[in-house]
Design a protein around this ligand. Sequence first.
Ligand SMILES: Cc1cc2nc3c(=O)[nH]c(=O)nc-3n(C[C@H](O)[C@H](O)[C@H](O)COP(=O)(O)OP(=O)(O)OC[C@H]3O[C@@H](n4cnc5c(N)ncnc54)[C@H](O)[C@@H]3O)c2cc1C
Length: 322
Amino acid sequence: MTDIKEEINKEYTETPEQNPEMESLERPKVQPLDEVLGKPFKVLDDGFIRVIDYMGSDESIVQAARVSYGKGTKKVHEDRGLIRYLMRHHHTTPFEMCEIKFHVRVPMDCWRQWIRHRTANVNEYSTRYSVAIDSAQTTTEDEWRLQSAGNRQGSAGFAENAKGKTLTEKERYLQSLAREIYDERLKMGIAREQARKDLPLSTYTEAYWKVDLHNLLHFLYLRMDSHAQYEIRRYAETIGHEIVAKWCPNVWEAFMDYRINSSHFTRLEMEVLTAMTQGDKQKVIELGKSFNWLNDKGEAKKNRERIEFEDKLATLGLKAPW
Ligand SMILES: Cc1cc2nc3c(=O)[nH]c(=O)nc-3n(C[C@H](O)[C@H](O)[C@H](O)COP(=O)(O)OP(=O)(O)OC[C@H]3O[C@@H](n4cnc5c(N)ncnc54)[C@H](O)[C@@H]3O)c2cc1C
């Protein structure tokens, strides 16, 4: 019987030259990402995001996916095909093999949304320990968004310029007064942890944020979406288009094709679509009524699911069938 200790020892002392089966490894490097390492991408008026470090690349994902049958990377087009397959079929763990660490500067209201993503590792600037960053996100006259009538969480259109001008002036006054009082409290010896309590949510904070690629894509999927708030969307778009696209181009391409620019149809929607393609208008109306999308007269009711379905039809160039 082979001595197990001997086997283990052999495995760890052999060099690739002694055993050609062993891969000789170099740390994966991605030149386009290395070129922007540490460089801040400006976001909003005084925010930024920069890459501090990263681990892995497109190839690491392929390598992890193929480990089950002990093969390394293959030809470039086969690697791309495998990544696209993994993305299409939600085989997510190979994407967790890549990690990235960012340094971000974000207004506190935006950070409050960001920090809800629990699958990252975070260290935030402490305003108990240090004086709060002397910068707050400002809004120009033409940037005041109006409350959306259709979506309670969203905005639609902009306030007229005269209103915008007043709002911007008042914002400037509020931010400078809040800062003045904060600085005054510090000068009077008040503890930083208490002095900060009236600083506005527009105050910038900074953090180190480390996340794996799978969870980063999940963040981007939610925060690049048109339903996400404009401010966090700007950060997500910068991460996606300026950073992930350089870091893992094949993953980015597959993500755009199979997540961002794709659509998912539910069982209910499929049934209506099938009736539509069969030209069965009566069935379409019956289904609409049974799903509570239409009233007894077959007219559209106020129903979010129906509206979402109609939006999907519109992306296919199809009109609502009722
Ligand atoms: C447009 C929009 C509007 C929103 N509105 C609100 C709102 O009004 N109020 C509000 O409170 N939040 C709101 N959120 C936040 C939202 O509910 C999520 O908390 C946030 O998007 C983080 O998503 P997540 O939990 O999927 O991500 P992560 O925390 O990054 O988690 C990623 C995935 O890991 C898994 N996971 C992580 N932790 C756990 C756990 N403890 N248990 C089980 N599974 C886990 C889940 O599958 C999860 O999807 C909103 C988000 C968006 C995008």
